[in-house]
Design a protein around this ligand. Sequence first.
Ligand SMILES: [Zn+2]
Ligand SMILES: [Zn+2]
Length: 201
Amino acid sequence: MEKKFRRIVPDNVRVEDLKPVNIACGSTKCNEGLHCFSLKKSALRKHNSERVCHECGADLIEWDRVHKNNIKDSRFIFKSMKNELIRHVFWHTEIEEAAITHAQNRGKVELRSKASKLIKSRIGKHTFMDGRQTPLAGKEIINYAQHATATCCRKCLEAWHNIPQNRILSSEQIEFCTNLVMLYITERVPDLKDEGVEVVK
Ligand SMILES: [Zn+2]
Ligand SMILES: [Zn+2]
């Protein structure tokens, strides 16, 4: 399936069949409980709040708690995020084998340092190409992780982590984003070691 559903995903398309390329930030499948909480003026107009699903108005997220950006509460943060179609897809999609192997070859220590650098260069400050700076897939597992954890662009960062788009990220904020990314990677890559191991596939 090549199609990209920018808003509502039709009923005859199954969630399990959706790949990252099929969806965008605004995609929803509200009748299956998968929404979109990015901040949109349309939500404000239609539902009197930007903190609800822009399509159906579902008000599901405990924003005060999510916005504490407390890494110790990451389970709750991730559980909340999975109410969004885009995050759900990135948490469940099959990751390209090349990306898994490449992650195992590098190991956690190297991945963490790479993740921190990518976060700084992609979302450290606002860019005019915001929303397009993080590829949807590929050999770099950090791409998947950034979309899954809403650290892919400044719009997602603002919605989920309450950091205004015009602010330059502090080192604490970069560290927080890096920690989220690493939690995703360690959950999705089996047996990831601290140091890289030679995995030949
Ligand atoms: Zn919805
Ligand atoms: Zn984003």
